[in-house]
Design a protein around this ligand. Structure first.
Ligand code: SAH
Length: 242
């Protein structure tokens, strides 16, 4: 790992996740929203990448491995990276329990990009950018990790009054879906900002899709409403002549 002065990480953010790490796979825990949204995002990725089976996939900010393991179960060859040591420990234990084979590593996206540029068919980075000091740097690193013709899948939270109301006040204070202090509004990213980071990193934005939560039915759904949570798919150009 690079020395801390250059590391694109916030120790307080990492500590928040470290404290909860042992509950990562408890579907009734603070991580319930991640368990609930996982089938939606997994199917969306699988459908749009031409099938995960056989693909080389990198999950950046994989945490305890909810998405990473589910992609491996669909037949992808998955590497998961995170700067949270405890989450990675939980991910490795869970992988042994379920008999999946993944490679989990404690390394930043930026270091991974220097080590293995243009190596992955699919790179995913979900629900992490809103915890990072320099999200543009993370997107650049993710883009550098994608093979020519490959894809990057991102998800984060929009920045507007409604997102503040739903993602911070609603989720953390009213519905108690998340621990208080989970999200810092200033770090939320508008789709236009995230699109710009992708374009500046040489990727073409292919789709932006909203993810909404109905507090009455307690059901999450993908759709056109990107005003709070959203996902973005971006593609790397094919190599010249291919
Ligand atoms: N992507 C997973 C986990 C999201 S929780 C999922 O969607 O299921 C956010 C994760 O980001 C945590 O595991 C936390 O340790 C990680 N994280 C936060 N800041 C990070 C950084 N700067 N570099 C790498 N991982 C980071």
């Amino acid at each position: 790992m690079t020395d801390n002065s250059t590391l694109n990480a916030d120790r307080r953010e990492l500590d928040k996740f470290a404290e909860l790490a042992h509950r990562w796979w408890d579907p009734g825990s603070e991580f319930k929203p991640l368990h609930d949204i996982n089938p939606l995002r997994l199917d969306w990725i699988d459908e749009n990448c031409g099938g995960l089976a056989g693909k080389r996939v990198l999950d950046v900010g994989c945490g305890g491995g909810i998405l990473a393991e589910s992609m491996a179960a669909r037949g992808a060859n998955v590497t998961g990276i995170d700067l949270g040591e405890r989450a990675l420990g939980v991910a490795r234990l869970h992988m042994l329990e379920t008999g999946q084979q993944l490679d989990y590593r404690l390394i930043s996206a930026e270091d991974m990009a220097r080590e293995q540029p243009a190596s992955f068919d699919v790179v995913t980075c979900m629900e992490m950018l809103e915890h990072v000091p320099d999200p543009a740097s993370t997107v650049r690193a993710c883009a550098a990790l994608v093979k020519p013709g490959g894809q990057l899948y991102l998800s984060t939270i929009n920045r507007n009054a409604k997102a503040y109301l739903f993602a911070v006040l609603g989720a953390e204070y009213v519905l108690n879906l998340l621990p208080r202090g989970t999200h810092d509004y200033a770090r939320f990213l508008r789709p236009a900002e995230l699109s710009r980071f992708c374009r500046q990193a040489g990727l073409g934005v292919e789709e932006i899709i909203g993810m909404s939560y109905n507090p009455l039915s307690k059901v999450y759904a993908l759709g056109s409403d990107a005003s709070v949570n959203y996902l973005m798919r971006a593609g790397a150009p094919r190599a010249a002549g291919v």
